[in-house]
Design a protein around this ligand. Structure first.
Ligand code: SAH
Length: 399
């Protein structure tokens, strides 16, 4: 390997680095000494050639360098990975969420928030699912997996790096067993008192939406003896919690017939006999149809997929959020509950609240925010990296 490449920032562009933001954008780079290959370690200097930080190089991404240390003595070795992974796991083990509950699923590593840029690790029972989303992590896959196997002691480690972010890094999707054994059936796991399953081949993310674990409990508390419309239900995260809380009837909507089947399997797994109507439909259309039919629901949950993937999509995304929220409000009787989320990192909590305000005005309803929700504490938000906060939600009363 050649000597470590060095990049120099334009004057004034060192500020975020000083503030420990872990991304260096291509536009901040004045020059590069050496020829770093993708994933190589590079040193970052200011215009006076003062050493600032160290990161890994990615030639195709606008985020050209992902910083992993601001300490010149620290190098990206197996020992450092070991130390960081151990710290991430210790942080999770100490969470009240995991101590008081029989939780067997948890996000163990949340990338930049855990000072491990580009690495996501979720535990499901005895198995780990990883996403290696950057060049820096992709080239170190073997090393990361060996350390993970040692510190987390799973039965198997599976890669689900099929996320769109990989494309921005110029990386192909990568899916498959990396270490250990493959489960012979769907993996069973538990969050609070709810039992779920996931499989390597399930549609999205690492297989389940762990970021909503805490929120499901908060939302369920409003569902006793209520009729519930769970929109974008996936494998039934909210439906199962609502049923356990004594919901009277649940309508669960998703475009994926396969996930609706998994949801029904989860009802049986939890021995729930709550009447649940699975509906395979596009939520945008269904809400309109229900409005025409005069259907009402005491509680409506909206947990859509990410609408804004880049700056250009923000406006269209806000229109989408406004549309479903306004139409949902029409289905709620006075005093009923709207639970609404946005997982688009580019939509700030402020903007989301404004969108909701617009929806309420157009629906002609008075809406009160009862609770503000964010991602579960195993998805910590790092102060120097506001981008790590992406999930926001409101529990509202609609009059
Ligand atoms: N609420 C779920 C997670 C939602 S993920 C949970 O608690 O686990 C988003 C879901 O929306 C996915 O299952 C996806 O299939 C579904 N989806 C995406 N677009 C949709 C649409 N227009 N109408 C209905 N479902 C949609």
């Amino acid at each position: 390997m050649s000597a470590t490449a060095a990049i120099t920032l334009y004057p004034g562009r060192e500020r975020p680095v000083h503030q420990r933001h872990p991304w260096v954008f291509s536009g901040a780079i004045a020059n590069v000494r050496g020829r770093p290959a993708n994933g190589d370690v590079v040193d970052v200097y200011d215009t006076h050639q003062t050493w600032l930080a160290r990161g890994t190089w990615s030639s195709a991404s606008q985020i050209r360098v992902r910083l992993f240390t601001w300490n010149e003595a620290e190098h990206l070795t197996g020992d450092l990975l070991h130390q960081r992974l151990t710290q991430a796991l210790a942080g999770r083990a100490a969470l009240p969420l995991l101590q008081d509950n029989p939780m067997t699923a948890c996000r163990l590593v949340y990338a930049e928030s855990d000072n491990l840029p580009g690495l996501i690790v979720d535990r499901y029972g005895e198995y780990l699912v990883v996403q290696l989303l950057t060049q820096g992590m992709a080239v170190r896959a073997r090393q990361v997996v060996d350390v993970l196997a040692e510190v987390a002691r799973p039965r198997g480690i599976y890669e689900r790096s099929d996320a769109e972010v990989r494309q921005k890094e110029g990386l192909p999707a990568a899916v498959g067993l990396l270490w250990g054994e493959e489960p012979d059936q769907r993996i069973l796991f538990q969050t609070h008192q709810a039992h779920f399953t996931m499989s390597w081949s399930d549609g999205q993310k690492t297989g389940f939406y762990l970021d909503q674990s805490e929120n499901r409990q908060r939302v369920a508390a409003y569902c006793h003896d209520q009729t519930v419309l769970d929109c974008f239900c996936y494998s039934g995260g909210f439906t199962i919690y609502a049923a356990q809380a004594g919901a009277r009837h649940i309508t669960a909507v998703d475009t994926s017939a396969m996930m609706l089947e998994v949801l029904q399997m989860h009802l049986a797994l939890n021995k729930l006999d709550t009447p649940v109507e699975p509906v395979e439909a596009d939520v945008f259309k269904l809400l309109r149809q229900y409005r025409q039919e005069g259907r009402v629901f005491d509680v409506v949950i909206l947990d859509p997929p990410k609408f804004a993937h880049n700056q250009q999509q923000i406006e269209r995304a806000t229109r989408g959020y406004k549309d479903i929220n306004m139409n949902a409000m029409h289905l709620i009787p006075p005093g009923g509950i709207l639970v609404t989320y946005s997982c688009s990192g580019l939509i700030s909590p402020d903007l989301f609240q404004k969108v909701l305000f617009g929806a309420a005005l157009d629906a002609g309803r008075a809406v009160q925010i009862l609770e503000r929700l964010s991602q579960a504490p195993d998805h910590p938000v790092r102060l120097s990296f506001p981008e790590s906060e992406y999930l926001k939600g409101f529990i509202c009363r609609v009059w």
